[in-house]
Design a protein around this ligand. Structure first.
Ligand SMILES: [Zn+2]
Length: 392
Protein backbone atom coordinates (compact mmCIF):
# COMPACT_ATOMS: atom_id res chain seq x y z
CA UNK A 1 0.00 0.00 0.00
CA UNK A 2 1.17 3.51 -0.79
CA UNK A 3 2.06 5.73 2.14
CA UNK A 4 -0.63 8.27 1.25
CA UNK A 5 -3.22 5.47 1.08
CA UNK A 6 -2.47 4.12 4.56
CA UNK A 7 -2.47 7.63 5.99
CA UNK A 8 -5.88 8.23 4.45
CA UNK A 9 -7.13 4.95 5.93
CA UNK A 10 -5.74 5.96 9.32
CA UNK A 11 -7.59 9.28 9.21
CA UNK A 12 -10.85 7.50 8.28
CA UNK A 13 -10.32 4.98 11.10
CA UNK A 14 -9.71 7.73 13.65
CA UNK A 15 -12.84 9.57 12.51
CA UNK A 16 -14.82 6.50 13.55
CA UNK A 17 -12.77 5.54 16.61
CA UNK A 18 -10.69 8.52 17.75
CA UNK A 19 -7.65 7.68 19.91
CA UNK A 20 -8.16 7.19 23.63
CA UNK A 21 -4.64 8.05 24.77
CA UNK A 22 -3.65 6.54 28.12
CA UNK A 23 -1.20 9.14 29.38
CA UNK A 24 -0.28 12.80 28.84
CA UNK A 25 1.58 15.05 31.29
CA UNK A 26 0.34 18.39 29.95
CA UNK A 27 -0.96 19.51 33.39
CA UNK A 28 2.56 19.24 34.83
CA UNK A 29 4.03 20.97 31.75
CA UNK A 30 1.68 23.91 32.38
CA UNK A 31 2.69 23.93 36.05
CA UNK A 32 6.42 23.83 35.24
CA UNK A 33 6.23 26.38 32.39
CA UNK A 34 8.36 29.38 33.38
CA UNK A 35 5.90 31.94 32.02
CA UNK A 36 2.52 30.31 32.74
CA UNK A 37 3.50 28.83 36.13
CA UNK A 38 0.32 26.75 36.30
CA UNK A 39 -1.98 29.37 34.77
CA UNK A 40 -3.99 27.50 32.14
CA UNK A 41 -5.23 30.67 30.42
CA UNK A 42 -1.73 32.19 30.27
CA UNK A 43 -0.34 28.97 28.79
CA UNK A 44 -2.89 29.30 25.96
CA UNK A 45 -3.73 25.87 24.61
CA UNK A 46 -5.39 27.38 21.55
CA UNK A 47 -2.04 28.11 19.90
CA UNK A 48 0.52 25.64 18.55
CA UNK A 49 3.38 25.23 21.04
CA UNK A 50 6.31 24.54 18.73
CA UNK A 51 8.55 23.93 21.74
CA UNK A 52 6.03 21.52 23.30
CA UNK A 53 4.06 18.50 22.16
CA UNK A 54 0.44 19.09 23.24
CA UNK A 55 -2.04 21.83 22.33
CA UNK A 56 -5.58 22.02 21.00
CA UNK A 57 -4.75 22.47 17.29
CA UNK A 58 -2.56 19.35 17.30
CA UNK A 59 -4.93 17.29 19.48
CA UNK A 60 -7.47 17.95 16.72
CA UNK A 61 -4.96 17.14 13.99
CA UNK A 62 -4.03 13.91 15.80
CA UNK A 63 -7.71 12.92 16.10
CA UNK A 64 -7.50 12.42 19.84
CA UNK A 65 -10.97 11.49 21.11
CA UNK A 66 -10.20 10.91 24.76
CA UNK A 67 -7.24 11.65 27.00
CA UNK A 68 -6.17 10.54 30.43
CA UNK A 69 -4.52 13.73 31.74
CA UNK A 70 -2.00 12.98 34.46
CA UNK A 71 -2.21 14.76 37.80
CA UNK A 72 1.48 13.92 38.18
CA UNK A 73 3.85 14.93 40.92
CA UNK A 74 7.44 13.89 41.61
CA UNK A 75 7.57 11.62 44.67
CA UNK A 76 9.85 13.86 46.69
CA UNK A 77 8.13 17.20 46.04
CA UNK A 78 7.03 18.95 49.24
CA UNK A 79 3.33 18.99 50.26
CA UNK A 80 2.24 15.85 48.33
CA UNK A 81 -1.46 16.00 49.33
CA UNK A 82 -1.70 19.67 48.36
CA UNK A 83 0.22 19.12 45.12
CA UNK A 84 -2.09 16.29 44.04
CA UNK A 85 -5.09 18.60 44.53
CA UNK A 86 -3.37 21.42 42.64
CA UNK A 87 -2.75 19.12 39.66
CA UNK A 88 -6.32 17.81 39.67
CA UNK A 89 -7.41 21.45 39.76
CA UNK A 90 -5.21 22.22 36.75
CA UNK A 91 -7.09 19.57 34.75
CA UNK A 92 -10.47 20.90 35.92
CA UNK A 93 -9.36 24.36 34.80
CA UNK A 94 -8.33 23.02 31.38
CA UNK A 95 -11.85 21.59 31.04
CA UNK A 96 -13.48 24.81 32.27
CA UNK A 97 -11.37 27.07 30.04
CA UNK A 98 -12.27 25.17 26.86
CA UNK A 99 -15.81 23.80 27.19
CA UNK A 100 -16.11 23.83 23.40
CA UNK A 101 -13.15 21.43 23.12
CA UNK A 102 -13.08 19.23 26.24
CA UNK A 103 -15.94 17.24 27.71
CA UNK A 104 -15.36 16.56 31.44
CA UNK A 105 -15.41 12.76 31.23
CA UNK A 106 -16.15 10.62 34.27
CA UNK A 107 -17.39 7.35 32.75
CA UNK A 108 -16.77 5.22 29.66
CA UNK A 109 -20.00 6.43 28.04
CA UNK A 110 -18.54 9.95 27.93
CA UNK A 111 -16.22 8.84 25.10
CA UNK A 112 -19.18 8.43 22.74
CA UNK A 113 -20.88 11.55 24.11
CA UNK A 114 -17.75 13.56 23.36
CA UNK A 115 -17.42 11.98 19.92
CA UNK A 116 -20.99 12.91 18.98
CA UNK A 117 -20.44 16.48 20.22
CA UNK A 118 -17.15 16.80 18.34
CA UNK A 119 -15.22 17.16 21.62
CA UNK A 120 -12.36 15.41 23.39
CA UNK A 121 -13.30 13.35 26.47
CA UNK A 122 -11.10 14.59 29.32
CA UNK A 123 -10.31 11.94 31.95
CA UNK A 124 -8.25 12.44 35.12
CA UNK A 125 -5.59 10.02 36.41
CA UNK A 126 -3.67 10.72 39.60
CA UNK A 127 -0.04 9.73 38.98
CA UNK A 128 1.37 9.45 42.45
CA UNK A 129 -0.26 7.72 45.41
CA UNK A 130 2.27 9.74 47.42
CA UNK A 131 -0.50 12.37 47.59
CA UNK A 132 -2.58 10.05 49.77
CA UNK A 133 -0.05 10.62 52.55
CA UNK A 134 -0.74 7.05 53.72
CA UNK A 135 -4.50 7.52 54.21
CA UNK A 136 -7.54 6.25 52.32
CA UNK A 137 -9.81 9.30 52.62
CA UNK A 138 -8.00 11.37 49.95
CA UNK A 139 -8.67 8.61 47.41
CA UNK A 140 -12.42 9.13 47.76
CA UNK A 141 -12.01 12.89 47.56
CA UNK A 142 -10.01 12.47 44.32
CA UNK A 143 -12.79 10.28 42.97
CA UNK A 144 -15.39 12.90 43.95
CA UNK A 145 -13.28 15.50 42.12
CA UNK A 146 -13.43 13.37 38.96
CA UNK A 147 -10.34 11.12 39.03
CA UNK A 148 -11.01 7.71 37.50
CA UNK A 149 -7.58 6.07 37.65
CA UNK A 150 -4.72 5.81 40.14
CA UNK A 151 -1.06 5.20 39.39
CA UNK A 152 0.04 4.06 42.87
CA UNK A 153 3.65 5.28 42.63
CA UNK A 154 6.08 7.05 40.30
CA UNK A 155 9.82 6.26 40.10
CA UNK A 156 10.25 5.65 43.83
CA UNK A 157 8.76 3.08 46.21
CA UNK A 158 6.30 4.41 48.81
CA UNK A 159 5.54 3.00 52.27
CA UNK A 160 3.03 0.58 50.71
CA UNK A 161 3.94 -0.06 47.05
CA UNK A 162 7.12 -0.96 45.13
CA UNK A 163 8.22 1.00 42.08
CA UNK A 164 9.66 -0.50 38.89
CA UNK A 165 12.67 1.79 39.26
CA UNK A 166 13.46 1.46 42.96
CA UNK A 167 14.51 -1.27 45.44
CA UNK A 168 11.53 -3.39 46.58
CA UNK A 169 10.45 -3.18 50.19
CA UNK A 170 6.74 -4.04 50.29
CA UNK A 171 6.45 -7.37 48.47
CA UNK A 172 4.81 -5.38 45.69
CA UNK A 173 1.89 -4.10 47.77
CA UNK A 174 1.73 -4.49 51.57
CA UNK A 175 -1.53 -4.70 53.59
CA UNK A 176 -2.25 -0.97 53.24
CA UNK A 177 -1.35 -1.11 49.53
CA UNK A 178 -3.84 -3.90 49.05
CA UNK A 179 -6.48 -1.82 50.87
CA UNK A 180 -5.82 0.98 48.36
CA UNK A 181 -6.39 -1.46 45.48
CA UNK A 182 -9.59 -2.75 47.13
CA UNK A 183 -10.92 0.76 47.64
CA UNK A 184 -10.16 1.69 44.00
CA UNK A 185 -12.10 -1.42 42.96
CA UNK A 186 -15.03 -0.41 45.19
CA UNK A 187 -15.07 3.16 43.90
CA UNK A 188 -14.86 2.10 40.26
CA UNK A 189 -11.42 3.63 39.81
CA UNK A 190 -8.91 1.88 37.53
CA UNK A 191 -5.62 0.79 39.11
CA UNK A 192 -2.78 1.52 36.70
CA UNK A 193 0.32 -0.61 37.23
CA UNK A 194 2.52 1.35 34.81
CA UNK A 195 5.13 2.43 37.38
CA UNK A 196 4.74 -0.53 39.73
CA UNK A 197 7.53 -3.16 40.00
CA UNK A 198 7.12 -6.41 38.06
CA UNK A 199 6.37 -8.30 41.29
CA UNK A 200 3.99 -5.50 42.26
CA UNK A 201 2.04 -5.89 39.00
CA UNK A 202 1.88 -9.66 39.62
CA UNK A 203 0.50 -8.94 43.12
CA UNK A 204 -1.93 -6.40 41.65
CA UNK A 205 -3.17 -9.04 39.19
CA UNK A 206 -3.62 -11.46 42.12
CA UNK A 207 -5.71 -9.14 44.28
CA UNK A 208 -7.54 -6.73 41.94
CA UNK A 209 -11.24 -7.51 41.60
CA UNK A 210 -11.41 -5.56 38.32
CA UNK A 211 -9.32 -5.29 35.13
CA UNK A 212 -6.14 -3.21 35.36
CA UNK A 213 -4.32 -0.93 32.94
CA UNK A 214 -0.65 -0.45 32.24
CA UNK A 215 -1.25 2.98 30.77
CA UNK A 216 2.22 3.76 29.41
CA UNK A 217 4.44 0.66 29.21
CA UNK A 218 6.11 -1.37 26.47
CA UNK A 219 7.43 -4.93 26.18
CA UNK A 220 10.38 -5.88 28.41
CA UNK A 221 11.41 -8.61 25.95
CA UNK A 222 12.13 -5.96 23.27
CA UNK A 223 13.66 -3.31 25.54
CA UNK A 224 14.86 -4.28 29.00
CA UNK A 225 13.86 -1.13 30.87
CA UNK A 226 12.22 -2.13 34.18
CA UNK A 227 9.24 0.12 33.32
CA UNK A 228 8.32 -2.31 30.54
CA UNK A 229 6.10 -5.34 31.14
CA UNK A 230 7.57 -8.87 31.13
CA UNK A 231 5.89 -11.62 29.08
CA UNK A 232 4.29 -13.42 32.06
CA UNK A 233 2.52 -10.18 33.05
CA UNK A 234 1.39 -9.56 29.47
CA UNK A 235 0.00 -13.09 29.24
CA UNK A 236 -2.00 -12.63 32.44
CA UNK A 237 -3.89 -9.62 31.05
CA UNK A 238 -6.22 -11.97 29.20
CA UNK A 239 -7.49 -13.58 32.42
CA UNK A 240 -7.72 -10.19 34.14
CA UNK A 241 -9.39 -8.44 31.20
CA UNK A 242 -6.83 -5.63 31.38
CA UNK A 243 -4.96 -3.64 28.75
CA UNK A 244 -1.33 -2.60 28.20
CA UNK A 245 -1.00 0.74 26.40
CA UNK A 246 2.14 0.94 24.26
CA UNK A 247 4.15 4.08 24.96
CA UNK A 248 6.43 6.44 23.01
CA UNK A 249 9.08 7.08 25.70
CA UNK A 250 12.38 6.69 23.77
CA UNK A 251 14.20 4.83 26.56
CA UNK A 252 11.34 2.30 26.78
CA UNK A 253 10.97 1.93 22.99
CA UNK A 254 14.50 1.34 21.70
CA UNK A 255 17.14 -0.94 23.23
CA UNK A 256 20.02 1.14 21.73
CA UNK A 257 18.55 4.30 23.32
CA UNK A 258 18.10 2.45 26.61
CA UNK A 259 21.72 1.19 26.47
CA UNK A 260 23.06 4.64 25.58
CA UNK A 261 21.19 6.27 28.47
CA UNK A 262 22.40 3.60 30.87
CA UNK A 263 26.03 4.04 29.75
CA UNK A 264 25.79 7.80 30.08
CA UNK A 265 24.25 7.58 33.53
CA UNK A 266 26.93 5.13 34.69
CA UNK A 267 29.68 7.35 33.27
CA UNK A 268 28.28 10.46 34.97
CA UNK A 269 27.94 8.54 38.22
CA UNK A 270 31.68 7.76 38.14
CA UNK A 271 32.87 11.33 37.46
CA UNK A 272 35.16 12.73 40.17
CA UNK A 273 33.71 15.76 41.95
CA UNK A 274 36.56 17.99 40.74
CA UNK A 275 35.60 17.87 37.04
CA UNK A 276 34.72 21.26 35.58
CA UNK A 277 30.92 21.26 35.11
CA UNK A 278 31.14 23.46 31.98
CA UNK A 279 33.48 20.93 30.32
CA UNK A 280 31.10 18.16 31.31
CA UNK A 281 28.18 19.91 29.67
CA UNK A 282 30.19 20.47 26.49
CA UNK A 283 31.05 16.75 26.46
CA UNK A 284 27.43 15.79 27.00
CA UNK A 285 26.26 18.05 24.19
CA UNK A 286 28.85 16.63 21.78
CA UNK A 287 27.92 13.11 22.81
CA UNK A 288 24.23 13.83 22.41
CA UNK A 289 24.76 14.52 18.70
CA UNK A 290 25.79 10.89 18.32
CA UNK A 291 23.00 9.57 20.52
CA UNK A 292 20.73 6.96 18.94
CA UNK A 293 17.12 8.03 18.34
CA UNK A 294 13.97 6.00 18.85
CA UNK A 295 11.55 5.98 15.92
CA UNK A 296 7.87 5.49 15.21
CA UNK A 297 8.81 2.09 13.80
CA UNK A 298 10.34 1.04 17.17
CA UNK A 299 7.07 1.93 18.91
CA UNK A 300 5.08 -0.06 16.35
CA UNK A 301 7.41 -3.05 16.93
CA UNK A 302 6.36 -2.93 20.58
CA UNK A 303 2.65 -2.68 19.78
CA UNK A 304 2.95 -5.67 17.43
CA UNK A 305 4.76 -7.66 20.13
CA UNK A 306 2.22 -6.65 22.79
CA UNK A 307 -0.59 -7.90 20.53
CA UNK A 308 1.25 -11.18 19.86
CA UNK A 309 1.86 -11.75 23.57
CA UNK A 310 -1.13 -10.23 25.41
CA UNK A 311 -3.72 -10.66 22.64
CA UNK A 312 -5.46 -8.18 20.36
CA UNK A 313 -8.13 -7.38 22.98
CA UNK A 314 -5.52 -6.30 25.52
CA UNK A 315 -3.51 -3.54 23.81
CA UNK A 316 -3.96 0.22 23.51
CA UNK A 317 -1.86 3.38 23.13
CA UNK A 318 -0.47 5.54 25.97
CA UNK A 319 1.84 8.17 24.49
CA UNK A 320 3.29 9.75 27.67
CA UNK A 321 3.87 13.11 25.99
CA UNK A 322 5.59 15.12 28.73
CA UNK A 323 7.26 18.02 26.97
CA UNK A 324 10.55 16.15 26.39
CA UNK A 325 12.26 14.18 23.63
CA UNK A 326 10.05 11.81 21.63
CA UNK A 327 10.73 9.27 18.86
CA UNK A 328 11.24 10.44 15.28
CA UNK A 329 7.82 10.54 13.63
CA UNK A 330 5.96 10.80 16.95
CA UNK A 331 7.05 14.25 18.06
CA UNK A 332 3.66 15.55 19.15
CA UNK A 333 -0.04 14.71 19.62
CA UNK A 334 -0.66 15.45 15.94
CA UNK A 335 1.22 12.25 15.02
CA UNK A 336 -1.33 9.57 15.97
CA UNK A 337 -2.55 9.14 12.36
CA UNK A 338 1.04 8.35 11.30
CA UNK A 339 1.21 5.67 14.00
CA UNK A 340 -2.01 4.03 12.81
CA UNK A 341 -0.91 4.30 9.16
CA UNK A 342 2.19 2.26 10.06
CA UNK A 343 0.00 -0.27 11.92
CA UNK A 344 -2.08 -0.66 8.74
CA UNK A 345 1.17 -1.29 6.83
CA UNK A 346 2.03 -4.02 9.35
CA UNK A 347 -1.15 -5.87 8.38
CA UNK A 348 -3.71 -4.92 11.03
CA UNK A 349 -7.34 -4.65 9.92
CA UNK A 350 -9.66 -1.71 10.58
CA UNK A 351 -11.48 -3.76 13.22
CA UNK A 352 -8.20 -4.59 14.97
CA UNK A 353 -7.13 -0.97 15.04
CA UNK A 354 -10.46 0.31 16.39
CA UNK A 355 -9.77 -1.93 19.37
CA UNK A 356 -6.24 -0.63 19.83
CA UNK A 357 -7.33 2.98 19.33
CA UNK A 358 -10.12 3.02 21.92
CA UNK A 359 -12.42 0.00 22.18
CA UNK A 360 -10.17 -2.07 24.45
CA UNK A 361 -9.60 0.61 27.06
CA UNK A 362 -13.31 1.49 27.01
CA UNK A 363 -14.13 -2.15 27.76
CA UNK A 364 -11.80 -2.01 30.78
CA UNK A 365 -13.44 1.16 32.02
CA UNK A 366 -16.97 -0.22 31.66
CA UNK A 367 -16.01 -3.38 33.54
CA UNK A 368 -14.34 -1.35 36.32
CA UNK A 369 -17.54 0.72 36.63
CA UNK A 370 -19.64 -2.45 36.78
CA UNK A 371 -17.46 -4.10 39.43
CA UNK A 372 -17.47 -0.88 41.47
CA UNK A 373 -21.27 -0.71 41.44
CA UNK A 374 -21.47 -4.31 42.70
CA UNK A 375 -18.83 -3.82 45.38
CA UNK A 376 -20.46 -0.64 46.69
CA UNK A 377 -23.59 -2.68 47.40
CA UNK A 378 -21.56 -5.40 49.08
CA UNK A 379 -19.17 -3.46 51.33
CA UNK A 380 -18.62 -0.21 53.17
CA UNK A 381 -15.76 2.21 52.37
CA UNK A 382 -12.36 1.12 53.71
CA UNK A 383 -11.27 3.66 56.30
CA UNK A 384 -8.15 4.55 58.17
CA UNK A 385 -4.47 5.13 57.66
CA UNK A 386 -1.43 2.96 57.15
CA UNK A 387 -0.97 2.41 60.91
CA UNK A 388 -4.39 0.71 61.01
CA UNK A 389 -3.12 -2.03 58.67
CA UNK A 390 -0.95 -4.41 60.65
CA UNK A 391 1.95 -5.78 58.71
CA UNK A 392 2.01 -2.71 56.49
ZN1 LIG B 1 4.61 8.02 34.14
Amino acid sequence: MLESETLEKAHALLERAPVFDGHNDLPYVIRADKKARGDVIAYDLTRVHEDGDTDIPRLRQGKVGAQFWAAFQPTNAPHPARTALELIDTILRIEAAHPDVFLPAREAADYERAHLAGKIASFIVVEGGVGLENALAPLRVWYAAGARMLIPCHNEALDWVDSATDAPRNGGFNAFGRAVIGECNRLGMIVDGAHVSHDGIRRLLDVSEAPILLSHSNAYSLCDHPRNAPDDVLKRLKGNGGVVMGTFVPGFSSQPVRDWMKRRRDAWGKMPASVDPAALHADAAAEKQHAPRATLSDVVDHIVYLVETAGLDHVGVGSDFFGGAQPLGLENVGCFPALFAELFRRGFSERDLEKISARNVLRVMRKVEEVGAELRLAREPAVGRIEDYPGA
